[in-house]
Design a protein around this ligand. Structure first.
Ligand code: SAM
Length: 326
């Protein structure tokens, strides 16, 4: 098997697969008016997902993340996880979720083969959480996270988007939260997308001040594992939890890129902020197309650029992250 390597020398063991563009939240920076169905073709079905994952696994992909939209809205999520878990070569299956269905489903996902979980939690204050997401579901999400911590996942992580004048004063609350919990919270800098330019101008907050504070408080930067993503991770001997910083505007963000994306309708996207998608769906209709599918993935990788143009305000064809699988 030849691993996928692009012309910049990067390899791609990690696939992020969006299962749906639909979301039940109305996050102020993503889908403030909620998800509006647009009548386009349906999202990938189980057989299509099975063929897609098998093809990527044949190119050396071994870690897969299910995302969206809100992937837990898929009624067949347990079957999707179980199908992927039995695909030869795939050893890690992660899910990114808004967490409101965790209490009902997380045990079933774990039994089906899910190995890691990321839950979005932009605030530890229930009223703020409701204001950011449009949903008063803080209690369900935090209960679900506590349940997940007891299920033996390889990792449970929280994602919090840093928002100026909205949640940029919560470090003391997070510090208390992390003292006894074996969990990583990843602070993500707000990214500009096609639809959120005004919001971005008002609320984008650089993580640098927070990182300086971490160093002042004796948190130390953990050496980056060879297959790690773009997060800079910090640990402290007095805390069970860890902190990750995801700063897409920092200089080296794309040099370690190890991921490809496939949208909920089967387009390969080479970059979160790229200018085009490559339709794979026509090759997902029959097992007989497997070799052609693998060949298409390999050839199209040749078009992957060295980096995104976010610093220049170039957001590509991504109106919001729910459309591609953030
Ligand atoms: N619905 C799931 C969830 O809430 O985690 C998965 C999809 S959501 C698009 C994935 C992650 O992207 C969430 O943590 C969300 O907060 C983050 N996100 C969405 N828009 C963003 C933006 N403009 N900048 C940074 N993060 C963003």
């Amino acid at each position: 098997m030849n691993a996928l390597i692009d012309r910049h020398g990067r390899s791609f063991p990690y696939l992020r697969l969006s299962l749906t563009e639909a979301c039940n939240y109305r996050c102020s920076y993503c889908l403030p008016d909620g998800y509006l169905a647009d009548g386009r073709p349906r999202f990938l079905e189980l057989d299509e997902i099975r063929r897609l994952v098998r093809a990527f696994a044949a190119t050396g992909m071994h870690k897969l993340r299910l995302t969206g939209g809100e992937p837990s809205l898929r009624k067949d999520l347990v079957s999707i996880i179980a199908t992927i878990a039995t695909t030869p070569g795939v050893s890690r299956i992660a899910l990114t979720t808004n967490g409101c269905l965790l209490p009902r489903h997380v045990g079933l996902w774990r039994e089906a083969g899910l190995t890691a979980l990321n839950v979005s939690l932009d605030s530890l204050d229930p009223a703020r959480f409701a204001a950011i997401t449009g949903h008063d579901r803080f209690a369900e999400v935090s209960e679900g996270v506590e349940m997940a911590l007891k299920l033996g996942f390889d990792a449970v992580k929280l994602n919090a988007v840093l928002l100026r004048a909205v949640n940029d004063d919560e470090w003391p609350a997070w510090r208390a939260y992390l003292r006894e919990r074996d969990i990583t919270v990843r602070f993500i800098e707000l990214m500009r997308t096609g639809d959120n330019a005004d919001y971005f101008a008002r609320h984008h907050y650089r993580a640098e001040a927070l990182e300086r504070q971490l160093l002042d408080e004796d948190w130390s930067l953990v050496p980056r594992a060879p297959d790690a993503g773009p997060a800079r991770e910090y640990a402290h001997p007095g805390y069970r939890g860890r902190i990750g910083i995801i700063a897409p505007y920092s200089r080296d963000f794309c040099t370690g890129c190890n991921r490809l994306r496939v949208t909920a309708r089967g387009d390969l996207r080479l970059c979160l902020f790229g200018d085009f998608g490559i339709p794979l769906r026509p090759l997902l209709q029959s097992d007989a197309d497997q070799d052609t599918l693998i060949a298409r993935i390999r050839t199209q990788l040749g078009l992957k650029q060295a980096g995104h143009g976010l610093h220049l305000g170039h957001t590509g064809i991504t109106p919001h992250l729910a459309s591609i699988g953030g």
